[in-house]
Design a binder for this molecule. Structure first.
Ligand code: BGC
Length: 898
């Protein structure tokens, strides 16, 4: 029997069941008028059967049925859940890579799979839009038609910079380049186009945005992040989520049709060199306190959840030695309970496998900690989806994983499927798809993203290139589309040469130049040209394959630069790389211009737009540019005690014009209420003679804080455009609540009174926070003394209870008074509303009664003369004498009486 016919049999059965249910419901009517009722029931049954034949599913749709699109999503979820067997539920929690499906894809229906992915390089063959659409439609059909309940699949891929597994799709700059644009609206637009190109091929889930904050350039995933700063990352993550999923539930259902996945949760960008795979850094350990994780690595995930991101992917790393997947506190606690995340958590590619000594235990730990779907993904023969499902069933039967937990996970997954409208509209149009991939309008947006991502780091006037200039181009990255797209493009590790459609940097230069352009691999040929452009950088890589403890450019690239500069031709160096590459530090003085291009993707023309001045560069560094590898990890928001001396600082970037900052104003000063907003204003003038855009960055420094805070921290930015001589006033608003820092055990920011400094451009302005609490700030109770009478020289313990009644972290100096004089003191740190008991030990040095006082409470203690050793001996002697006399008297008396 084919699977199709078994499905039909099931449909028949369900219709028969329906009939008999109706019959029994109506049986009470039969005695009254058997014939009429029988006819009615018969007709009804026939009607239902015909209706059912016309549409297999309709026969089952009651008003409360999950297939009824008029029902609220939550009701549909509950209805579907109530019909599912444990096996079907576990199936929903399983995701495998479609490359591991058998030939007839039977796993989809036999194992009730909830999701499939096409991992890096996992395109169907041939890699065309139509083939993608056909393949994904087929999977969808198998899941809908060949399973009992007809649940559609979530189909995921890494559309991390465009639909980057698909040939011919527009490839945007990698996230690091998008971070360099400082233009969140543009980033949203890129994500929206990615959603269109991805969604139209039948993929409904992208494993993006990457919400990691990369703190160390040695990490092979640095280019996947928006940079080193949490605020920049969170702003871009938020916009990317909106770009993918649309602004609201309606746009997710109708327009964008793909869900986002914020990854990799948590602190993946904060691991230390030497702790990762192959003793490098990827998949390593983040030895960070909670307060640092909250400040640096959590905000981008929080922002994604605030934008209703439907999924989050857990990471490969450990935090303080424990696998992320085993951190119940971080997965369930922080995400689901604290943030109220309603979507689901998917684990990364086999990432749970090593969470415990055995696979079964690892599954138990991960699911109980809060993982909802497991990317199995089936490449590992011993830890495959059959084992996963078998162990899951056993764990539930043995009570090791509760059914509640399973239901919670499945509910989350089903909810997303309903939100995507997959039950109503699961298929894509295989004819339409080609027309919407890599279109001119999509490429135009990507080109704008490339333009805005270019960071000009040095320019002595050679750029923009003169019209009609005679240009010499060289370098391994000049004419290589694969290199400029980087990893995660067509293949997991990226590729070399014309791996997809697009324009290389050289082609871009040729298209735009009005003078001659000569390309040669021989540096010496540079001689005699007006200008030489040397394009150097990295070859593509992904994940741990890109980890390196040597950030220096390869020797051949450095030699090439040197040979070109030796010809005394004015030289422009373009770096095509996913992170700052060093080695160039000593050559900088010989180079006339230095442009950081990142991994621009398929639209190389955006780079030449900047070279020729068709676009005035406006990108700024989203990562600090180190002088050498041994400065790593190097970050601008370092602690006061750390050194920061990069080659180019975070946020640096030149323009072809100049901007002047003036008249920085900050109100109110002092800030008196925690609910206040700090209003910042600054004037910016374009003092050059061409129009330019400038990302205005606002930093704040909490000058004295109880717990050490960064020397400065980005709080806001706005990219503005100014014509020559134009001045604009830019306003920023920062709620005072945001100015605080985190303590390890407290989820909210803590604002302390004190001085803060706003830093914009080269200007600084201080303001004070003086928040008055209502009522007493501190409450003191229960002053106790462990003994009211103590010998002089002995210790007595005095304790008191203190509560911080204010809304901010306070450090309070508590003074112990003895007879009105300060005898001792200690400082205590208290979170808002926190109680603590503190104690002092005192020793009396003379006899008498003392008044002990703390914060207006008082108690007395009497110090008495201590009993000395001499006194003790004397007393013992005396007692001995008395005893002896008594004994003698008794004996004498005895004899007398006798
Ligand atoms: C990566 C993820 C990716 C997944 C699926 C993993 O190796 O860490 O970022 O989403 O593969 O391709």
């Amino acid at each position: 029997m084919s699977f199709h016919s078994s499905y039909k049999m099931f449909n028949m059965q369900s219709k028969l069941n329906l009939t008999s249910r109706k019959e029994s419901n109506n049986s009470v009517l039969l005695p009254k008028n058997k014939t009429i009722v029988s006819i009615l029931i018969g007709s009804l049954t026939l009607f239902m059967l015909i209706l059912g034949q016309l549409n297999g599913s309709l026969g089952e749709v009651g008003s409360n049925n999950y297939k009824n699109p008029n029902q609220p999503i939550e009701a549909r979820v509950e209805d579907l859940l109530s019909r599912m067997t444990l096996e079907e539920k576990v199936g929903q929690m399983t995701q495998i890579d479609h490359r591991y499906l058998s030939r007839n894809h039977q796993e989809i229906w036999q194992d009730h799979l909830g999701s499939l992915l096409a991992g890096g390089g996992g395109a169907p063959y041939p890699n065309t839009p139509k083939k993608w659409a056909k393949t994904l439609n087929l999977y969808q059909r198998l899941s809908i038609e060949e399973t009992r309940l007809g649940i559609p699949l979530l189909l995921g891929t890494d559309s991390v910079h465009g639909h980057s597994n698909l040939k011919g799709a527009v490839i945007f700059p990698h996230q690091i380049g998008l971070g360099a644009t400082w233009n969140p609206e543009l980033v949203e637009n890129c994500a929206r186009i990615t959603a269109v190109e991805t969604g139209i091929t039948g993929i409904n889930w992208t494993f993006s945005p990457i919400a990691d904050v990369a703190r160390d350039d040695r990490w092979g995933r640095t280019y996947g992040s928006f940079g080193e700063d949490p605020y920049l990352a969170k702003t871009m993550v938020r916009k990317t989520v909106v770009g993918y999923q649309g602004k609201n539930a309606e746009s997710l259902r109708k327009e964008n049709r793909i869900i986002a996945c914020a990854k990799h949760y948590l602190a993946y960008g904060g691991t230390s060199w030497g702790t990762g795979k192959n003793s490098k850094i990827d998949r390593g350990n983040a030895e960070l306190e909670n307060r640092i994780i909250r400040e640096r690595h959590f905000p981008s995930f929080k922002a994604a959840v605030n934008e209703n991101v439907r999924t989050i992917m857990s990471a490969f790393n450990t935090i303080r030695g424990v696998e992320v997947e085993a951190w119940d506190e971080l997965l369930t606690g922080w995400l689901k309970e604290e943030l109220g995340f309603k979507g689901f958590i998917v684990s990364d590619w086999g990432s749970i496998d090593d969470a415990a000594p055995t696979y079964k235990e690892a599954i138990q730990i991960a699911i109980n900690s809060g993982i909802d779907m497991v990317m199995v993904p089936d490449y590992n023969v011993t830890k495959n989806h059959h084992k996963f499902q078998q162990y899951m069933l056993e764990l539930v039967k043995d009570g090791k994983i509760s059914e509640n937990r399973i239901n919670d996970a499945v509910r989350r997954i089903l909810r997303v499927k309903f939100q995507l409208n997959l039950f109503e509209d699961p298929y894509v149009d295989t004819e339409e798809v080609k027309k919407r991939i890599g279109t001119d309008s999509h490429r135009a947006v990507a080109r704008q993203a490339v333009r805005e991502s270019q960071v000009l780091l040095k320019n002595n006037g050679v750029l923009p290139l003169k019209e009609n200039a005679d240009i010499f181009v060289t370098g391994p990255n000049a004419n290589n589309l694969g290199y400029q797209c980087g990893g995660w493009t067509i293949n997991w590790q990226g590729g070399d040469g014309n791996i997809t459609e697009g324009t290389s940097i050289l082609e871009g230069i040729k298209n735009e130049a009005s003078g001659p352009v000569t390309f040669s691999e021989e540096a010496s040929n540079a001689e005699g040209h007006d200008v030489a452009i040397v394009v150097v950088g990295e070859k593509p890589y992904a994940e741990y394959e890109g980890d390196t403890d040597n950030l220096s450019l390869p020797r051949e690239h450095l030699n090439l630069i040197e040979e070109v500069t030796d010809t005394e031709t004015p030289t422009v160096v373009i770096m095509v790389a996913g992170r700052p590459r060093t080695g160039i530090t000593s050559q900088l003085s010989e180079i006339d211009a230095f442009l950081m291009s990142w991994l621009p993707g398929s639209e190389g023309q955006g780079v030449s737009d900047v070279l020729f001045g068709d676009y005035n560069p406006s990108g700024e560094l989203p990562r600090s540019y180190p002088r050498s590898t041994n400065q790593e990890p190097i970050n601008y928001d370092h602690r006061p005690e750390e050194n920061y001396d990069p080659l180019f600082r975070f946020g640096y970037g030149l323009s072809y014009t100049n901007f002047e900052y003036s008249n920085l104003r900050v109100v109110p000063n002092p800030v008196k209420k925690i609910e206040d907003n700090v209003q910042i204003k600054i004037n910016i003038t374009n003092t050059g003679d061409i129009t330019g855009s400038e990302p205005v960055q606002v930093y704040v420094n909490d000058v004295h804080s109880t717990l050490s805070t960064p020397v400065k921290k980005l709080y806001r930015f706005k990219k503005i455009k100014l014509k020559p001589s134009e001045t604009k006033t830019v306003n920023f608003t920062i709620p005072v609540k945001e100015l605080g820092f985190y303590a390890n055990s407290y989820p909210e920011r803590i604002v302390e009174n004190g001085t803060f400094q706003v830093l914009i451009g080269n200007l600084k302005k201080s303001f004070n926070v003086k928040i008055q609490s209502k009522g007493p700030e501190f409450e003191f109770n229960d002053l106790t003394v462990n003994d009211n009478e103590v010998e002089v020289g002995k210790k007595v313990k005095i304790s008191v209870k203190i509560k911080n009644s204010s809304a901010i972290l306070r450090v309070k100096k508590i003074e112990l008074l003895i007879n009105g004089e300060i005898a001792d003191s200690q400082s205590v740190e208290l979170l808002p509303k926190e109680h603590k008991k503190i104690s002092f030990d005192i020793t009396g040095n003379r006899e008498g009664t003392c008044q002990i006082g703390i914060a207006g409470l008082s108690k007395s203690v009497r110090f008495v003369k201590p009993t000395s050793e001499g006194d003790k001996e004397k007393s013992l002697l005396l007692a001995g004498v008395v005893l002896s006399i008594a004994i003698i008297t008794a004996i004498v008396y005895y004899w007398k009486v006798k």
